[in-house]
Design a binder for this molecule. Structure first.
Ligand code: ADP
Length: 264
């Protein structure tokens, strides 16, 4: 079969015969390579802020002539880079916790009051946006969801944070919770009229560290792990992540909850 990696070992049975054992190690190789990429990515993501911090500290300690204003600016940059590392470590911990839970039996489900959660998220969005966007809610469903409240809140908050991050000032963001009578599902959605995403990038967005525009994500405090976390939460809570987007027009990220996870 093309593209598969087989490990062949031969054992001599007698003078004229030998036995060949073949083991398919394609999957093992794929996991090894993913692990290597992941470690390389994490190291790179940590090295950049550390280089900035150590560089500035070096300058300050060597007593380089720095007026008060410059010193303050450098301290602010060091603080920014420290926060970046903190966010990265927090996201890595969330991801690894979710992954280890994937392998275990799931926790007993909780009742998640979605209308209340969505209203709270709008307040979080306003705080994140600091008045730069119009943020409104459209809550027409009263259904609650059976799932893990902390996980669902953090996934939804990730989607709101991204909408704020990738929508230029003056843009509009709508956070909604709707019931769909046709298939009896309910949808949490965050719609923005921001920069949008090319169709070819959409399938890769939930990969760890995949960003369409690396420098924009970094500048806005992104870690590149947000949507990987959302994907895991969606799998664990039996909902589906949907992404619709048009470059220059905006994006809608939705979590669709099936009828059997809803409580009226
Ligand atoms: P990040 O920390 O970089 O935001 P995410 O995993 O949350 O990482 O998102 C991955 C990438 O998807 C982002 O870097 C950005 O390019 C793109 N993206 C996510 N949400 C949006 C959005 N609402 N509008 C445009 N692009 C988005």
């Amino acid at each position: 079969e093309i593209g598969r990696i087989l490990l062949l070992s031969a054992v001599v049975a007698d003078k004229t015969h030998f036995i060949v054992v073949s083991r398919d190690i394609t999957e093992q190789r794929r996991i090894d390579s993913m692990r290597k990429d992941f470690v390389a990515n994490v190291s790179h993501e940590l090295r950049t802020p550390l280089t900035v911090i150590t560089g500035f500290l070096d300058m300050i300690l060597r007593g380089k002539e720095l007026d008060e204003k410059m010193l303050h600016e450098h301290l602010l940059l060091m603080q920014q880079e420290s926060v970046r590392m903190q966010n990265l470590v927090n996201d890595l911990l969330s991801l690894s916790r979710l992954e280890s839970k994937d392998e275990q039996q799931s926790d007993p489900p909780e009742v998640v009051n979605m209308p209340k959660l969505v209203a709270g998220l709008a307040e979080d969005g306003v705080a994140l946006s600091r008045g730069r966007h119009t943020i409104d809610t459209d809550i027409t469903a009263n259904q609650a969801v059976l799932g893990q409240v902390d996980e669902i809140r953090s996934a939804c908050l990730n989607l709101v944070t991204n909408a704020v991050r990738y929508t230029p000032d003056g843009g509009k963001i709508q956070i909604s919770w709707h019931f769909n009578p046709d298939d009896q599902t309910a949808t949490f959605a965050v719609k923005d009229n921001g920069i949008g995403i090319d169709a070819e990038d959409i399938p890769r967005l939930t990969e760890r560290f995949y960003r369409v525009d690396k420098s924009r994500s970094r500048e806005k405090g992104g870690t590149g792990l947000g949507l990987a976390i959302v994907k895991h939460v969606a799998i664990r809570n039996h909902c589906q992540l949907r992404i619709e987007s048009e470059p220059g027009k905006g994006s809608t990220f939705s979590l669709v909850f099936p009828s059997d996870s809803l409580i009226n």
